[in-house]
Design a protein around this ligand. Sequence first.
Ligand SMILES: [Fe+2]
Length: 325
Amino acid sequence: MSAPLSIVLLIASLVHLFLHVYNRYLLCITDSPLKGVIHQAWLTLSVLIPTVLVVVFADWPPLHAALIWSPDSALEKSLFLVMVALMLFLLLRSLAWLFDRFLPEIPRHLIGESVHKPQMPTIPPRLPRGLRRFETTGDLVVIERDLSIPGLAPAFEGITIAQISDVHFSLGHEMENYFDAVRGIVSRLDPDIVVFTGDFVDHRRNIVRSVEYHETFRGRLATFCVLGNHDYWTRADRIQQSLRRTHIRWLGGGERRTLKRGGRRLIFTGTDAPWTENSPDLRRAVRRGTGDAVVLLSHTPDNAPRAARYGASLVLSGHNHGGQV
Ligand SMILES: [Fe+2]
């Protein structure tokens, strides 16, 4: 690889970096099927390739001049600037990573949390013997969070919501014992509201089975859901059709369901954006009057910052399989 080509690659990595920052922070575009691939390519371009090139071409006079901080010609100066910018970016990214790692932000409204790992039945292993200790498919974590919800009327104090997400019914998963255990745990919690935040299925042949399973959950007051990307990649219309025959109310088009107590309202709404062609108007979906609280269900947490700006009191999401509040 020639030295001029290495300059092109360094500049390409900076251009990619600019696009990444512009998309992520200015346009708020964070999700696409190519996201993983793009990030891998970006990491290779901006970290690995420049590092290798600098090592390989360290003796090339213009690069050598840039490396020893004595650029003279225009080429040396450009190389010097490119390298300084890359290093600054990597330094800032590393600091941000450290900051996130060691100073995790506790959401203002989270006032209590308990994490419980119940003993679950064993399910047939899916990984080869040597890799089984990495198998977590049959694990379950029950996280109980006490939240102070802005606008929530005292009449709703202590209301409980059980959120179940990303069950991903797939072909060939024989996990009936596991699913029965999850149902038992949730019904013992006896929640006022049950919400499903999407990704019911991975395959269209599991739609009936998945809906039959989900309809065995029931909140004492109501049961709501939105759909996720995997549901849209199979047959969202069929899932919605099956759901209509159950007590589970789909809210993914911005529908609003209101609970009333003492003249005050607790409103549940949802969005299937960005996967549906008919994304609801988020501002309209989460609007609330004084004394009301609005809970938004959104499969992806990417919708949360915008929903918060529009006044949502609480956003419940799945999608990243760790849960988001
Ligand atoms: Fe998802």
